[in-house]
Design a binder for this molecule. Structure first.
Ligand code: PMT
Length: 403
């Protein structure tokens, strides 16, 4: 009964799939959720407010004002009341308005005020769904952290067959149940994550760096925060940002700065995931002015080792703290990963190899294996970095349950 007592705003828009909202409400209410329906004017053409208010035991909200007594509905209060907002069915028009902040009805206004996680179940004709405008709007909503419940393939209202049918209500409810289950996994836990590259200055305009984009580390931070953790993300210089309220991002540039911040946060953490590609060396001297080729001609950079953050935390960790690292390899992958796992006293290491297409730096996907300190190796197929992050978080959750 994970949905028991949960406050859910159900947004209904003008699609033939609106009839499925009746079953959706019934299932949510049966599972103990409290449902408040907000419907667009077009939505009311497809299903009557009387049906919806009877099933949800709440008056349906559609207009900003009540003509009868002049009272108005506070979309702000509604947004704060909700534990989740679900828009099902979501038409191309409402998706477009949500993506662009066009608040001309109660549903979109409530969406803009909503602090809770938002789930969107599109329903439309196949060509409308496939259109770049719709796809771009959905991508935009994803980038806001909204979750899209993909439509399925099948016969549509137009009698054409293709992708555009709203997902079945039982599956939508399962998505919500899974979400609320997962969002408890790391409740009360503080997780420290490093991400991105480090830059080691040569002079005011040049540095030694690497290709890390931060995508893997940021995906991990989002996954852990979504699962209820308080996340501290120590990020090297990347163009990514995060808006998740449970993620505190500390931006650094060099390995020394990353070391300082990580060591400072470490004592109060339950787990640490070291995903950053930290430069192993830095120039011994940093020139104060731009080095000029005409003056310097040939030059030799003298490099000194940077602190090893993973090794420092591995040595300092208490028995109830988990420390995990990454190994980015190009050859003898398992041998090197195993060596790092032992040398840095890690609980597990996530191995990714540049020999695997679609793995490692920059790309949106990764292919990993997890090697634990008992020597057990689990290999995963190529997945999106978000899915990889969920696999790593699952492994971490198992370990945190045991300490
Ligand atoms: O950022 P993306 O573009 O998404 O790419 C993701 C990634 C490839 C950077 C990521 O998946 C990854 O593999 N990160 C670790 C890269 C790396 O530097 O590995 P390493 O084998 O050199 O280091 C081993 C471990 O020690 C890592 O956990 C690293 O964070 C840590 N380390 C290394 C050196 C150092 N001075 N301090 C450290 O803490």
């Amino acid at each position: 009964m994970i949905l028991k007592g949960k406050h859910i705003i159900l947004g209904i828009t003008g699609s033939i799939a609106a009839y499925k909202a009746a079953y959706l409400i019934r299932t949510l209410v049966k599972k103990g959720a409290e449902v408040q329906v907000v419907i667009t004017p077009a939505g009311k053409e497809f299903i009557t407010p009387v049906t919806l208010s009877t099933l949800s035991s709440h008056p349906v909200i559609s207009d900003f004002f009540s003509n009868r007594d002049g009272s108005w509905h506070s979309h702000v209060d509604l947004g704060l009341w909700a534990d989740a907002m679900l828009i099902a069915p979501a038409t191309a028009s409402t998706i477009g308005k949500m993506a662009n902040g066009i608040a001309d009805n109660m549903l979109v206004t409530t969406y803009l005020s909503c602090k809770a996680p938002v789930f969107i179940a599109p329903a439309m004709d196949l060509d409308m769904f496939a259109h770049p405008a719709t796809q771009q709007n959905l991508e935009r909503l994803r980038s806001f952290g909204n979750r899209i419940i993909e439509p399925t393939e099948g016969e549509l209202a137009s009698h054409l067959v293709g992708k555009g049918r709203m997902e079945e209500p039982d599956k939508i409810v399962k998505v919500l149940e899974d979400f609320f289950t997962e969002s408890n996994y790391f409740k009360g836990k503080k997780i420290l994550i490093t991400a991105g590259p480090t830059y080691e200055k040569i002079d005011p305009v040049r540095f030694i760096g690497n290709y890390s984009s931060g995508k893997m580390g940021y995906a991990l931070a989002e996954a852990c925060a979504n699962w209820g953790a308080e996340v501290v993300l120590i990020s090297g210089p990347v163009s990514l940002t995060t808006k998740h309220p449970a993620i505190r991002c500390i931006r650094v540039e060099s390995a020394n700065e990353m070391y300082k911040e990580t060591v400072r946060e470490f004592p109060t953490t339950n787990a640490t995931l070291l995903c950053a590609a930290v430069a192993d060396y830095r120039p011994e001297m940093e020139a104060t002015d731009k080095i000029k080729r005409e003056v310097t001609k040939e030059m030799t950079l003298h490099l000194v080792p940077n602190p090893d953050i993973a090794a420092a935390l591995g040595a300092a960790k208490r028995p109830n703290q988990i420390v995990a690292g990454f190994a980015l390899e190009t050859n003898d992958e398992l041998h090197h990963a195993s060596d790092k796992l032992k040398r840095k006293n890690l609980d597990f290491i996530v191995l990714n190899s540049l020999r695997d297409k679609g793995a490692g730096f920059q790309c949106d996907t990764n292919k990993i294996s997890i090697l634990d300190k008992e020597g057990e190796l689990t290999a995963y197929p190529l997945k999106s970095k978000q899915e990889v992050a969920a696999d790593i978080a699952t492994r971490l959750a198992d370990l945190l349950n045991k300490v």
